[in-house]
Design a protein around this ligand. Sequence first.
Ligand code: ADP
Ligand code: MG
Length: 703
Amino acid sequence: MSEGDYQALLVPVSRLAAVSQRRTQLLARLNVHTVLDLLRLFPRQYEDWTKLLSIAELKEGAEVVFKAEVARAPALQRRGRQSTVRTVLKDSSGMVKAVWFNQAWQADKLLKGLTAYFRGRLRRYNGSLEIMNPVVEVIGQAETETEAESVLRLHPVYPLTAGLTQGVLRNLVRQCLDQYLDYLPDALPAELRRRYHLCEAGYAYRQIHFPADQTAHDLARRRLAFEELFLTQLGLRRLKSQEMASREAPSLALDPERTRRWQESLQQLPFKLTGAQTRVLARISQDLSLTRPMSRLVQGDVGSGKTVIAGLALLQAVLAGHQGVLMAPTSVLATQHYHSLQKLFPRLDWQLALLTGQTPARQRRSILAGLEDGSIDVLVGTHALLEDQVRFAALGLAVTDEQHRFGVRQRLRLALDPQGRHPHVLVMSATPIPRSLGLILYGDLDISRLDEMPPGRQPVATYTAGRADWSRVRDLLLRRLKQGEQAYLVCPLVQANEQLGDLLAAETVWQKLSADPLLAPFKPVLLHGQMKAREKQAAMDAFSSGQAGLLVATTVIEVGVDNPNATLMLILNAERFGLATLHQLRGRVGRGDKASVCILFSDVPEGLSRERLRLLCHTHDGFKVAEADLKLRGPGDFFGTRQHGVPDFRLANLYEDQELLQESQEAVTRLLKQDPLLQQPADRRLTAALDCYFGWSMAQPGL
Ligand code: ADP
Ligand code: MG
């Protein structure tokens, strides 16, 4: 067998016979551009043609398959634009009526005496059984064993787009398999296939499209899903091993005198650390003292107190004579962190700087200079930090908050130090990622969990409401405001948008509330991503200082915003948000010791959306919310896996394929131990596969 070469499979589909320009365009809508794309357009499901019954055995209700002869010339009836074709089918065991609605062409096709396979559902009509709209597979004149076999199997059902039929796609895929499958390299080395009982690529591709039977399909799916998980993790892990294997980080161990100073700052905090915070901090402290770079994820539900952990870790770096950086996904959050660090450690004389995309050029230049000459100890900022001009004299620790908001790419960019010094890396995420997804997203990180809330927290009472409840909710809002408490109101849009119909926009809602004579005295402020940085800051300042009682916002406040005096969260068009996002939003309240309420407004009818919202009402644990979300929606759109820089999975199901996930993870570990740079000829094919399947080039460091 030939080694194969992915290049041979990258030919455009337009090269295939039967693919016109029009079809090329239709296929492009399915993201199919090349022969390889077509081979990797996996069926969504299958029609089962494997159980052949005789007519006497047919029962109503279920899909049935039988072989029969057309016993009577079909009768076509038209009524306006509607039509019916009726005939009778027979085999040696009996007869059954058949009817097709609006398929007039069947009348010409189903000649009397024709023998074919039929698949459809039976109903009882006027006292007799009748098969409705059966799919017909005509057998050639000279029926042979193989022709029967080609029908009596699982038939693929592909995702379609208007203008393309199953029949066309099936033929195209079959044509590709026949002409090109021999050129397809097997991405998985033979030894690995043997170890994990995986079939060969050629067999897998043929059987995933046209399975001989269920067993063959299962073997094929297992192999391809494994490959998908394996390659994804390999890509991520290899990025890490390439960059980390040879790396050294500065040891940030503290001598006794500096340890004492660190302890002192800890004692002076406005609160006592929780057990979980103490435990996680001890791990971090230990990691930091080594010369192996730390790569640790701290995962903790909203409000579990991650900021102080970042602060104490940064302090250790600074006391050890190095610099630290704290990166946040939004300028609002970065600014808040900057102030939090000042508040948490008021007596420290460390030099903090804040750098965001909006920092004026002059100030920016002076900050950059301060970082380069070492006079600035800790830099807090946004993505602007990632730009190449930012150089540190001695970066010891890089902390990324709300990791899920950054892609993998950005995380690794930050880890690269232009001077060849490698900081320890700490990432923090409030998004409770189910373990299965964590393996994929953070396969390269050690994970610590903050599984304890600071004392005194009460769960946020959560309710659903409809538009009709608004006046009662407004009363509640007024009562809270009068007590000196504050509230958030979150809208799915910034501005009204006709296309999106009656979705509520922050600007409109804010205008309405500001015009409400009872609410106006509480000075509602507006905050959304399209505002200028200065306006955003002014709004945040007004809200944190208590000047403004009500903050009308979009999801910009989803992450990080911390105002313990806010006790009411109102979310409009709640059905528009993912559960994870709703949970994050809810986490903006309930941060102090006052009882807090979250109200999810939605006018959608009963159904999955409602069910999801109700789930939130009685689930307060972020991990449970995430698991439930994954179960309800499937991993495909689980708060946008794409956002994490992880390719979509076509076959693997992160929820159901836990075992494959673990096996594939083990396989990746084993492989990288044996051949860390993937230099063996068999392993080089993996690099090519990653390139072709995911468009990743592992050859480029940092993606
Ligand atoms: P998150 O994990 O969501 O980033 P924060 O770090 O913003 O949480 O902390 C939430 C709130 O809890 C802040 O107001 C913070 O000062 C407070 N906090 C953190 N740790 C403790 C603690 N151990 N005891 C009491 N309050 C705490
Ligand atoms: Mg936070």
